[in-house]
Design a protein around this ligand. Structure first.
Ligand SMILES: [Zn+2]
Ligand SMILES: [Zn+2]
Length: 291
C-alpha cells in the first residue's frame, strides 16, 4: 500500500502530492484570494515585502509629503497603507483555515514600525514567521531567510555552512548580489522575493521570483520531492493569468542583458509569451529601481 490510501484523509501523515503556492512583494493584494482559492494549496509561502513594498499601490504623489527634507506620513497615506497591511493579515487568516503558511520578512516590511508583527503572525493558527528558521512540512525541508539574514554576511555565511545540502526549498527575500552565496546551499529550489521575475537558474539552481501581482508560482511535490514548478504571469492583453510556456525575442534580449550583468545567472525568465513583453519590461524596470 502506498500513497493517499495508506493515510488518513486529514493529510497529517500524508506526504504525497503536496500543493504549494508562493508569492512575494505585494504591490497589491487585488485578486490574490481568488488565486489562492482556485489553487487550494496545502502550503502557502510568502517571500517578504508583505506589509509594504516599493511598488505598493498605496504610495503615490498625492500621499507623499516632504517637509524640510523629511518624509511625512500624511493621514491619507496612513489610511491607504493600513488597508494594505490589514489585507496581508486577512490573507493569513483566510489561507490558514485549510493551509499551512510560512512567511519571511522583507526590507520594506520595516517601512512602518509595527506593521510586520512576528507575534501577530504567529498568533494566527497554522501561520509561522520563519526568517532564519528551518521548518519541515510533509518531508519538505524549508529554510527561511529574510532580508536581514541575507543582507548581513556575518549571519548568512554561517547559515550557509550549517544548511548546505540539507535543504529542499529556500524561502528568501534577498538582494541580487546575495543570490550566488545562497545557491551554495544547493537546494532543489529557491523562492526569492525582492528582485527578479518568473523562473530562472543561478549557478545551476532553480529560482522563482513570484512578485505579485505580476507573477505567482505553483508547485507540486511528492514525498518531499519537487515534481512540478509553474510560473504564472498576468497578461494585460488577454486579461488573464497564463502559464509561462512560450518564449519570445524580447525575453531572449532580457536574458542576454541580465547574463552580461550577472554571469552566474544562467537563465532569466525561462519562458514568457510575447503578449506580456510590455508588462514584463515595466515590471523589471520598476523592480530594478524600487525593490
Ligand atoms: Zn525588498
Ligand atoms: Zn519588494
Amino acid at each position: 500500500m502506498h500513497g493517499r490510501s495508506s493515510y488518513g484523509p486529514d493529510g497529517g501523515m500524508n506526504t504525497s502530492n503536496t500543493r504549494i503556492l508562493a508569492c512575494s512583494d505585494f504591490g497589491s493584494y487585488k485578486g490574490f484570494i481568488e488565486i489562492f482559492d482556485q489553487n487550494k494549496p496545502d502550503l502557502l509561502l510568502l517571500a517578504g515585502d508583505l506589509t509594504s513594498d516599493g511598488r505598493a499601490e498605496f504610495w503615490g504623489p498625492e500621499v507623499v509629503e516632504w517637509v524640510d527634507g523629511k518624509f511625512v506620513v500624511t493621514p491619507e497615506l496612513k489610511l491607504r497603507k493600513t488597508t494594505h497591511v490589514e489585507k496581508f493579515y486577512g490573507v493569513l487568516k483566510h489561507a490558514s483555515r485549510n493551509s499551512k503558511v510560512f512567511v519571511v520578512k522583507g526590507d520594506h516590511d520595516d517601512d512602518f514600525e509595527g506593521d510586520y508583527d512576528v507575534e501577530r503572525i504567529n498568533s494566527i493558527k497554522n501561520c509561522h514567521e520563519i526568517s532564519g528558521k528551518l521548518v519541515t512540512f510533509r518531508n519538505i525541508r524549508i529554510l527561511g531567510l529574510g532580508y536581514y539574514e541575507t543582507h548581513y554576511l556575518r549571519t548568512l555565511r554561517p547559515l550557509i555552512e550549517k544548511m548546505k545540502d540539507k535543504i529542499d526549498v529556500v524561502l528568501t527575500h534577498a538582494e541580487q548580489r546575495r543570490l550566488p552565496l545562497i545557491t551554495q546551499i544547493r537546494p532543489e529550489l529557491i523562492i526569492r522575493g525582492h528582485f527578479g521575475l518568473g523562473r530562472y537558474k543561478a549557478n545551476g539552481v532553480s529560482v522563482v521570483s513570484p512578485l505579485f501581482p505580476d507573477c505567482y508560482t505553483t508547485m507540486e511535490t511528492q514525498n518531499g520531492v519537487i515534481r512540478k514548478v509553474d510560473s504564472w504571469f498576468y497578461c494585460t492583453r488577454a486579461k488573464k493569468w497564463e502559464n509561462c510556456t512560450l518564449s519570445c525575442a524580447y525575453t531572449a534580449r532580457v536574458i542576454e542583458k541580465q547574463k552580461s550583468l550577472w554571469p552566474w545567472l544562467d537563465r532569466v525568465l525561462e519562458n514568457c509569451p510575447l503578449a506580456r513583453a510590455e508588462r514584463i519590461s515595466h515590471s523589471i524596470g520598476s523592480n530594478l529601481r524600487t525593490c
